[in-house]
Design a protein around this ligand. Structure first.
Ligand code: RB5
Length: 144
């Protein structure tokens, strides 16, 4: 199965985003990269808000954000009412974010993962599906 995926992040996540972009292109997904496009220092909200708005409008199946720690991009994305952004640092956490929380944005700590970890995490999230049921009830209670 292939998806429409939005990518974005800051300089701290640029290398990880470039690696993941190649991986997803090889897997024939449709991608849009909201930037940043190099390792020059930038402010992550400038890249997160446009991606989050597009995911909220369902222009993409989901988004993947990258920064150094994943915290900045995740905090920013979760300010959007219809975004459920989750940080993942291993494959199981990534799968659970989709299976139990119906995450529509995955947040990657680019400075703390090697390429093999990145590949495992991305494949795990992309191939997971939301389980619904009791998890749907809980997800419905998330908005304030
Ligand atoms: C940038 O140096 C770094 O602060 C950023 O990538 C991210 O980790 C913020 O949460």
């Amino acid at each position: 199965m292939t998806f429409k995926i939005a990518l974005g992040g800051d300089h701290g996540g640029f290398k990880a985003k470039a690696f993941v972009k190649n991986l997803l292109v090889e897997q024939k997904h449709t991608l849009h990269d909201f930037g940043t496009n190099n390792e020059d220092s930038v402010d992550y909200p400038d890249f997160v808000h446009p991606l989050a708005e597009a995911v909220e409008k369902e222009e993409f199946d989901f988004g993947i954000l990258f920064c150094g720690s994943a915290n900045g991009v995740c905090m920013t994305a979760n300010k959007h009412p219809n975004i459920r952004a989750a940080i993942a640092w291993n494959a199981e956490i990534a799968a659970l974010a989709k299976q139990h929380n119906n995450a529509n944005v995955l947040c990657i700590p680019g400075r703390f993962l090697n390429e093999s970890e990145l590949e495992e995490i991305i494949n795990s999230f992309v191939n997971a599906t939301f389980e619904g049921g009791r998890h749907q009830r809980r997800v419905d209670k998330i908005p304030c």
